[in-house]
Design a protein around this ligand. Structure first.
Ligand code: NAD
Length: 295
């Protein structure tokens, strides 16, 4: 494994590109939006500068990492030498199935196709290809350069050899891979999303306020971040779509997304990335105050 193509240059795609490039892999970052690619390089540069100022990397590491990344809006060109493609495009099943169908047609037969999906079935994604033994989930956590976990998800047809390759590769990146089977929400989100949804219901039913709910979980359960702040960090649209997949997949009303989550997303309040969610980030992502809607 040397050449990695990452599809989607948003929150997760830029982090995945950063992590691979810093470990010496050659990364081709692809997006349909040239603006997204520019923003991604900007973010990666800022994150490297932060690591440099904390003396965690050298100036040479920073320059090498940046020179290991090239950007592209043309998928066919970006995958021609890829040993592995990691898809981190928008969490939407139609978009993902279309990308995997196309990848199967244009990639070398030996290329492994991974997806960073938070909730969509790996088996279903693999089924639109003629190589479902080489389709696997590689679920990174946000922020990717810092978070150690990679949930490695086996679809029904994923081969042992593909799984072993991806487990090894994740370790080479300095991550800790955990193998899990394909089921709605996998392990991480199956446990996390009902907690976030319950925190929103607790707010909705006026049991307590935004800051109070987050404080209970930080101080009472030793969570580094409260569930409402974490939801803003993940993206409220991402949380909603994961809950919808779990609700649909398990046919169990306990996964039904709360009304407040649905209405915030429909108002375009998506959390940190849009500037407002349960908190207001108009003074920057690190200066949160409670959104006026929840005061
Ligand atoms: N945000 C999180 O905390 C988190 C954590 C783990 C996994 N994920 C998963 O990672 C994936 C990406 O999430 P995100 O939060 O980075 O989303 P995002 O909205 O920040 O970025 C998505 C990017 O995909 C691009 N895109 C859309 N269609 C495309 C296509 N056909 N080809 C190439 N690029 C395309 C968009 O232009 C955008 O830049 C999703 O599957 C999500 O479920 C997200």
């Amino acid at each position: 494994m040397k050449n990695i193509t990452v599809i989607g240059a948003g929150t997760m795609g830029n982090g995945i590109a950063h992590a691979f490039a810093q470990s010496g892999y050659s990364v081709n970052l692809v997006d349909i939006s040239a603006d997204s690619l520019d923003r991604a390089i900007d973010t990666i540069t800022k994150n490297l500068d932060r690591l440099l100022s904390k003396e965690k990397i050298s100036e040479l590491d920073k320059n090498n990492t940046l020179s290991n990344i090239s950007t592209n809006t043309d998928l066919t060109d970006a995958v021609k030498d890829a040993d592995l493609v990691i898809e981190a495009a928008t969490e939407n099943i139609d978009i993902k199935l279309k990308i995997f169908k196309q990848l199967d047609e244009i990639c070398d037969d030996n290329t492994i196709l991974a997806t960073n999906t938070s909730s969509i079935s790996i088996t279903k994604i693999g089924s639109v290809t003629n190589r479902n033994d080489k389709v696997i989930g590689m679920h990174f956590m946000n922020p990717v350069p810092i978070m150690k976990l990679v949930e490695v998800i086996r679809g029904k047809e994923t081969s042992d050899s593909t799984t072993t390759t991806i487990m090894k590769l994740s370790k080479n990146l300095g991550k800790v891979p955990v193998e899990v089977n394909d089921a709605p929400g996998f392990v991480a989100n199956r446990i996390l999303m009902p907690m976030i949804n319950e925190a929103i219901l607790t707010l909705e039913e006026n049991v307590s306020g935004v800051e109070e709910i987050d404080t209970v979980m930080i101080l009472g359960m030793s969570h580094p971040m409260g569930p409402l702040h974490l939801a803003d960090f993940i993206g409220l649209d991402v949380c909603l779509s994961i809950l919808e997949v779990m609700h649909e997949g398990f046919k169990n009303p306990k996964y039904a997304p709360s009304k407040t989550l649905i209405s915030l997303v429909s108002e375009g309040k998506l959390g940190i990335k849009s500037g407002e969610g349960f908190y207001d980030y108009s003074d920057g992502p690190r200066n949160k105050k409670i959104s006026s809607q929840f005061k």
